[in-house]
Write a protein that binds this ligand. Structure first.
Ligand code: SF4
Length: 475
C-alpha cells in the first residue's frame, strides 16, 4: 500500500481523507448538472471504473438544488460513494450544496474582496478584509457543521486575491499564504474538516507551492490532508506525463491524500491514469533511494525493467516485484514519475532510456515530453485545456485536437483552450493566448489575459488565432 504521511483526518461520507488512510481517487463530471439522467449515468461510469469520490459542478442555485435528485438516484442504484459540489462564485449555492453532498469545494479568491486594481494594503486594511472573509464563511461553516460536510479550500494560482498578489506577487508563496489564511479563519470559526489543494497548470509551481504549504503546516503543528492535481493538463500522452510528474512526484514523497487527474477527455479516462500514478508512486516508495534515483532505465518488452543505480550497478527490478511494467502506458507513467521528480529537484541531464519495450522514436518522445512537462526544455507548444464541466460552451475535445494540430511547433508559447468565459480567463492566467467558447458557436480570443477578439464564428476562429500569432503582438 502507498505510504502517505499521516494528517488530521477528514471524514467525507463513507470515506476518510488523510489520517493514515489510503490515497483516495476522485474525478469530476462534465455533464450539465441540470441533466439528472446524464449526470447520474456519468457518476455510475466513474464509480464503476474505480473512482471513489465524484465532483459535480454547482455554479448556481438550480444546479445546487438538483444535487439532491442526483444523489437520491445514485443511492437508489446502490452507488453511495461521496459527492462533492464544485462551487464557483455564488455563496448561496455553497450553502444549498453543503446541506446535500458530503463535501464542497470553494475557491478562496471568491470570498475575498474584489478590489479591481488596488495594489497597496495597510495592515489594518488586511485585517479588516480577513474579518469580512470570516463573516462570509460563517454561515457556510454552520451548515457544514450541521450536516457533517467537509470543505476543500481550492487555491488556484489563476484566481488569487489582489491583496495577496500585491504582497507576494503571483507566486507559490502567495498560494501558500492564501491557504494558511483560510485555514486560520476556519480554525477561528472552530471548523477543521478541511482538505487543501494548490492548483496551477504549471507543474513546477504547484509542486513548489504544495511542498511549501506542507512544510508550513508541519511547523504550525496541524497538517491538513492535501488534494493533489495539475489543472488544465489537456489531453493525450502529454496530459498523462504532466499529471504523472505533478501528482506522482509528491505521492512518492508521501505528500497527497486524494488525487484527481484532470483530462480534457471522457472523465472515466482519468481513473486508470490516477490508479497507475498511485501504483507507480507506491512502487518507487518500495525502492532503495540509490536505485529510485538512477538516471538510466532499461525496459524489456517482456515486462522486465532494469535500472542502473547511482553507483552504476544494474538491478533487475523484476526480482523485487514481477512484471511491474505491464504495458507501455504504465511504463510511460512510471518513467515520468521517477524522472520528473528528479527534474523538479534540479536534476537536468543524464537520463537514458534503454531496452526494447519502446522504439527509439518513442524513447526520444517520452524523454522530450518529460523535460517539456517539467518545464526544463521546450520543443513544442505548451497547451493547457480545462477538463470541461457543465458550463462548457462547445465540443472542447474536438476543438483542442484542432488547435493542437494547427499550432504544434511554437516552443516557449502557451496556448489555452477553455470551455467557458466565466472561469476560463482566470484559470488560464499564465497563457500567452486563450481560445474560449462563449456560446452559440462563437469563440473569444485572449492575449496575455486580455480579450482581443470576441464572438468569432467557430469556423473562423483558428484563422483569427493564426493571424494574432503571426503578428506576435505583445509577446
Ligand atoms: S473553464 Fe472549463 S472547467 Fe472551468 S468552469 Fe469553465 S468550462 Fe468548467
Amino acid at each position: 500500500m502507498i505510504y502517505a504521511a499521516a494528517t488530521h483526518p477528514v471524514r467525507v461520507g463513507n470515506l476518510v481523507i488523510g489520517g493514515s488512510h489510503p490515497v483516495v481517487i476522485q474525478s469530476m463530471t462534465n455533464t450539465d448538472t441540470l441533466d439528472t439522467a446524464a449526470t447520474v449515468a456519468q457518476c455510475q461510469r466513474l464509480f464503476d471504473a474505480g473512482c471513489q469520490m465524484v465532483r459535480i459542478t454547482a455554479p448556481g442555485l438550480k444546479e445546487a438544488r438538483n444535487l439532491e435528485d442526483i444523489k437520491n438516484q445514485l443511492h437508489q442504484k446502490g452507488y453511495t460513494g461521496p459527492l462533492v459540489a464544485d462551487i464557483h462564485f455564488l455563496p448561496e449555492a455553497a450553502l444549498m450544496a453543503a446541506s446535500i453532498v458530503e463535501k464542497i469545494r470553494i475557491n478562496p479568491g471568491n470570498y475575498c474582496d474584489r478590489n479591481r486594481g488596488k495594489t497597496e494594503f495597510s495592515p489594518a486594511e488586511q485585517a479588516a478584509e480577513r474579518e469580512r472573509i470570516a463573516e462570509r464563511l460563517s454561515p457556510l461553516v454552520e451548515v457544514c457543521r450541521q450536516h457533517g460536510t467537509a470543505i476543500r479550500v481550492g487555491v488556484n494560482q489563476g484566481s488569487l486575491s489582489e491583496r495577496l498578489v500585491s504582497l507576494y506577487g503571483n507566486t507559490p508563496r502567495a498560494m501558500v499564504e492564501s491557504a494558511l489564511e483560510f485555514i486560520g479563519i476556519f480554525e477561528k470559526l472552530r471548523f477543521d474538516q478541511l482538505v487543501i489543494s494548490m492548483k496551477s497548470s504549471r507543474v513546477q509551481l504547484m509542486n513548489q507551492a504544495t511542498r511549501m504549504l506542507w512544510d508550513r503546516m508541519r511547523q504550525n503543528g496541524k497538517i491538513y490532508p492535501l488534494h493533489i492535481g495539475v489543472t488544465e493538463a489537456g489531453d493525450g500522452e502529454d496530459a498523462r506525463v504532466i499529471s504523472a510528474i505533478g501528482i506522482g512526484s509528491l505521492l512518492t514523497d508521501g505528500i497527497g491524500h486524494t488525487i484527481r487527474v484532470s483530462l480534457t477527455e471522457a472523465p472515466e479516462n482519468e481513473v486508470p491514469v490516477a490508479q497507475s500514478i498511485v501504483q507507480a508512486a507506491e512502487y518507487l516508495q518500495s525502492m532503495p533511494e540509490t536505485e529510485r534515483d538512477g538516471l538510466v532505465i532499461r525496459y524489456a518488452a517482456q515486462g522486465k525493467m532494469l535500472a542502473e543505480a547511482k553507483d552504476g550497478t544494474v538491478q533487475e527490478e523484476t526480482n523485487r516485484e514481477a512484471n511491474i511494467v505491464k504495458n507501455k502506458e504504465f511504463a510511460r507513467i512510471l518513467t515520468a514519475v521517477r524522472w520528473g521528480r528528479l527534474m523538479l529537484r534540479g536534476q537536468k541531464e543524464g537520463f537514458r532510456l534503454e531496452g526494447d519495450l519502446f522504439s527509439e522514436e518513442e524513447k526520444k518522445r517520452l524523454i522530450d515530453d518529460i523535460f517539456h512537462a517539467a518545464g526544463l526544455r521546450s520543443h513544442k507548444t505548451r497547451f493547457i485545456a480545462c477538463p470541461s464541466c457543465g458550463r462548457t460552451k462547445y465540443d472542447i475535445q474536438s476543438v483542442l485536437a484542432q488547435v493542437k494540430a494547427r499550432f504544434p511547433n511554437y516552443p516557449n508559447l502557451t496556448l489555452a483552450v477553455m470551455g467557458c468565459i466565466v472561469n476560463g480567463p482566470g484559470e488560464m492566467a499564465d497563457a500567452d493566448y486563450g481560445y474560449i467558447g462563449c456560446g452559440n458557436g462563437q469563440v473569444n480570443l485572449y492575449r496575455k489575459g486580455k480579450l482581443v477578439k470576441s464572438h468569432i464564428p467557430e469556423d473562423k476562429a483558428l484563422d483569427e488565432l493564426e493571424a494574432l500569432l503571426s503578428l506576435g503582438e505583445g509577446l
